[in-house]
Design a protein around this ligand. Structure first.
Ligand code: ADP
Ligand code: MG
Length: 150
């Protein structure tokens, strides 16, 4: 098992496909800084912890996250793109900020959906799985990982 996998990236603009309007914003992380370990991982949804380096203290803590990892046509299908949904209500957007993450487990492979409702339902399931998984003692300790708090 490759976990935990740690990475740092800067948050870039995505396609603005309206994830935020659905209540599930995904911070797109610049693919340049995605480590080799992530490049070799299966496409799909993962869970772990994330932190955004932010001026506002309340928004700079370590929070649960789920991450979708896939090939992005924008980058010629050769590079992975990672999109991270953080389970916290942020005061402001954080484009350009540094995001640190520890990936701890795999939830599911990528799916095609007949419609938006099915997609949203599956994401709600991902969020529930993330919260329940991270509640386990073995995963709790990673919340205080030096890497995240640096
Ligand atoms: P984009 O297509 O630019 O990625 P999204 O609709 O997916 O737009 O929204 C993502 C942006 O929303 C992030 O880059 C970040 O600045 C902001 N954001 C606010 N709250 C969150 C959150 N809880 N998780 C992830 N991103 C968030
Ligand atoms: Mg996004």
């Amino acid at each position: 098992e490759p976990f935990p996998i740690e990475f740092i990236g800067s948050v870039i603009k995505g396609f603005g496909r309206g994830s935020k309007e659905l209540g599930i914003p995904t911070a797109n992380v610049s693919p340049r800084v995605i480590p080799r370990a992530l490049q070799e991982m299966l496409s799909g949804v993962y869970f772990g912890w994330a932190r955004v380096i932010n001026d506002r203290k309340e928004d700079s803590e370590v929070f649960p996250m789920c991450m979708s990892l896939g090939y992005n046509p924008f980058y010629n299908n050769k590079t992975r793109s990672a999109e991270v949904h953080i389970m916290h209500k942020f005061e402001d957007d954080f484009y350009g900020k540094e995001l640190r993450a520890v990936v701890l487990g795999f939830i599911r492979t990528e799916q095609d959906y007949p419609g938006l409702d099915e997609l949203i339902q599956d994401i709600q399931t991902d969020i529930m799985v993330t919260e329940r998984s991270l509640a386990r003692e073995a995963y709790q300790s990673y919340k205080y990982d030096d890497f995240l708090l640096k």
